[in-house]
Design a protein around this ligand. Structure first.
Ligand code: 1GP
Length: 238
């Protein structure tokens, strides 16, 4: 497993120096490759990464989406897969996710085991990531597909302990997820509490649709924010 290669190193360094990162999430299932150029050129210039993944993606659609993105963007492309079928060598890095807020072995270890055949001879940078699903006020796809319950935003201690359990198990990133299309994002209080407790970079995503919410998440302690829906729909409020 490669832990020191460039995508993670750069992210870790940015977190250490307080340089905030912005990832735009592309769901291959909804992505029109014919519009890749105009979509990518319309992204904010602060964008640092393109994430690619979705809860349910047709076979080979991840690979063709990544290729289309790579034709028009030099940004690092990081896989954020809903399952092991979404792993493609064409990306730069892979968030090797464990859904540590849930208790479903399928998303704690089974999908990871299933991905090994593709990964063991791969040059894809693998980044062990503790993925924590938090209640965003609406049933999201991760919730449905993984059949796990999100943690209530009121249970801050549980969220902090889950993040720390992830760090102690060797995760290199913690990802707080309110769910795509959630009603509200992860609260600033939670972001601050988790950031204070862990010493690895913190990613926050879900329901961030405005510049104001983006800045609030950064100010609370997010090292990287991930935005999908608002750019997919062209509705991001600056
Ligand atoms: C990434 O799932 C999020 O963590 C993206 O959420 O689509 O609500 O921006 P949105």
């Amino acid at each position: 497993m490669i832990l020191t290669s460039s995508v993670y190193k750069a992210l870790d360094l940015s977190a250490e120096t307080g340089k905030k990162q912005l990832a735009i999430l592309i769901d291959p299932d909804k992505f029109l490759e014919s519009k890749a150029e105009s979509f990518l050129s319309g992204l904010p210039e602060e964008t640092t990464h393109i994430f690619v993944g979705g809860s349910m993606v047709a076979p080979d659609k991840t690979e063709s989406s990544v290729r289309a993105i790579k034709m028009f963007s030099d940004l690092p492309v990081v896989l954020f897969p809903g399952d092991h079928t979404q792993i493609t060598e064409d990306a730069d890095a892979l968030l090797f996710l464990s859904l540590i807020s849930g208790r479903n072995p399928e998303y704690l270890i089974e999908q990871q085991v299933k991905s090994v055949e593709k990964l063991r001879n791969s040059t894809l940078e693998i980044i062990p990531t503790g993925y924590i699903l938090i209640d965003g006020g609406a049933a999201c796809a991760v919730h449905r597909v993984s059949n796990t319950k999100p943690i209530s935003q009121l249970e801050i201690e549980t969220i902090v302990n889950t993040a720390l359990a992830g760090q102690y198990s060797g995760k290199k990133l913690i990802y707080l997820e309110a769910g795509s299309g959630a009603k509200f994002p992860v609260s600033e209080e939670i972001i601050t509490a988790v950031k204070k407790a862990i010493n690895i970079p913190l990613i926050v995503g879900g329901a961030i649709r405005t510049q104001q919410l983006l800045m609030k998440s950064y100010d609370a302690g997010a090292d990287m924010v991930v935005i999908g829906t608002a750019f997919e729909e062209g509705s991001f409020v600056t």
